[in-house]
Design a protein around this ligand. Structure first.
Ligand SMILES: [Mn+2]
Length: 246
């Protein structure tokens, strides 16, 4: 029995390799395991445009529902991409929805969980995209317009990616340091570059996105171990750069 944490899978129908890889990983969990998704399980594009019927055609969501049906424990925290999909996660997947910040103690290890987009590093225009109004508007746009907007946002995110990641990581490190009285381990998502800083107190782990690797945290009786697996990415998304935007 183990506790697993992953985030930023960014499931979307036009990236089936990522979907297959994550669903295979979920399929290897046992019914005695616990899984926490720390935000952005689904990408905004899918969340906005398939909100009423999220399970159809998505192997990863079906795998999560099956994991839950067999007795596995599933909890999901909202990210900036999928906040409006949380009622569907609860209804369709049987997931417990976690609010942030979330504090857990597992085998004596005190853990602070947040997705990371609300810690103060994101740009104001991105915060505007998290509103329910924008979500519904995007969901009603004609397909070609939505895809064009999606490509524009991806391009804009990629342009400033390294600086953006560094800005977030500075904020994350300060946040983790401020949690030292309440946590031994601070686990954050949103930034897609996986980071583990075991020398820090508390230890900071950025779970990393699933665009071009599989990464997750496992906590069991032997402690906390962070896994980043590049080898299972047999066919990376052709559009993915070393790390993709959050
Ligand atoms: Mn995010």
């Amino acid at each position: 029995m183990a506790h697993y944490f992953a985030s930023d899978v960014h499931l979307r129908a036009d990236h089936p390799e990522r979907d297959r890889r994550f669903s295979a990983w979920v399929g290897r969990l046992t019914p005695a395991d616990h899984l926490v998704i720390v935000g952005d399980l689904c990408d905004f594009w899918m969340a906005a445009r398939r909100g009423e019927d999220p399970l159809t055609g998505c192997p990863s969501l079906r795998a999560l529902a099956e994991f839950r049906r067999q007795g596995g424990s599933l909890a999901v925290m909202a990210g900036n991409h999928d906040e409006w999909l949380c009622p569907a996660y609860a209804r369709e997947l049987g997931a417990e929805i976690l609010t942030e910040p979330q504090d857990l103690t597992i085998h004596g290890l005190r853990i602070r969980l947040v997705h990371g987009h609300r810690l103060g590093a994101r740009r104001l225009w991105k915060a505007g995209m998290e509103s329910r109004g924008f979500f519904h508007l995007f969901g009603r746009l004609p397909g070609p317009v939505a895809r064009g907007l999606d490509r524009l946002l991806t391009w804009k995110n990629q342009r400033g990616l390294l600086a953006d990641e560094e800005r977030h990581l500075r904020v994350y490190r300060a946040y983790a340091a401020a949690c030292r009285d309440v946590a031994d381990l601070v686990v954050i998502g949103h930034v897609h570059r996986p980071v583990d800083e075991p020398q820090c107190r508390p230890r900071l782990i950025v779970l990393g996105g699933w665009q071009c690797h599989s990464s997750y945290l496992c906590i069991d009786l032997s402690g906390a171990s962070f896994h980043v697996d590049h080898e299972r990415v047999d066919r990376p998304d052709p559009t993915a750069l070393p790390c993709s935007p959050h």
